[in-house]
Design a protein around this ligand. Structure first.
Ligand code: ZN
Length: 167
């Protein structure tokens, strides 16, 4: 781990917090080229009602527009949660050099947890993977979010039951 990785992961965490503020699962991503942030985005699946609007996909789109090329060969992607199969696919296709992620994803992670699509020599591109950067911050953001959803559902249920017992 180097200081830069922590610095840019903090920016990805800020993006994740923007998602949280919109009641989206808090996942954020930034893409860095030559030490400069060229794209930053966050998960928008609920507000867009579009299954593919993951933070990484949106960041890759923004980065490609910015550099005017589908090739992001010198770019580094920072993301708070391990990329899913779709995002890992997009990372391979856009030739991103390196991926740095925070929390592992035991349900969908394809950068080392369930499998490692980014490091498979059968594909025509491999990305270097660094994991566990600011892992506590990244995973606490997610667990707090899901905890608050569970609490909200529970209190909705309680008030519904109360209403029913009153009526
Ligand atoms: Zn994804």
């Amino acid at each position: 781990m180097n200081d830069n990785d922590e610095y840019f992961m903090k920016l990805a965490i800020q993006e994740a917090k923007k998602a949280e503020a919109k009641n989206e699962v808090p996942i954020g991503a930034v893409i860095v080229l030559n030490g400069e942030v060229i794209a930053s985005s966050h998960n928008l699946r609920e507000s867009s009602q579009n299954a593919i609007t993951h933070a990484e996909i949106l960041a890759i789109q923004e980065a490609c527009e910015k550099v005017g090329s589908w090739r992001l060969e010198e770019a580094i992607l920072y993301v708070t949660l391990e990329p899913c199969p779709m995002c890992s696919g997009a990372i391979i296709l856009s030739r991103i050099k390196k991926v740095v992620y925070g929390a592992s994803d035991p349900k969908a992670g394809c950068a080392g947890t369930l499998m490692n699509l980014l490091n498979d020599p059968r594909f025509n591109h491999q990305s270097e993977v660094v994991s566990g950067i600011l892992v506590t911050e990244c995973s606490t953001l997610l667990s707090d979010f899901f905890k608050s959803i569970r609490l909200r559902k529970k209190s909705e249920k309680v008030s519904k039951n109360l209403n029913e017992s009153i009526n």
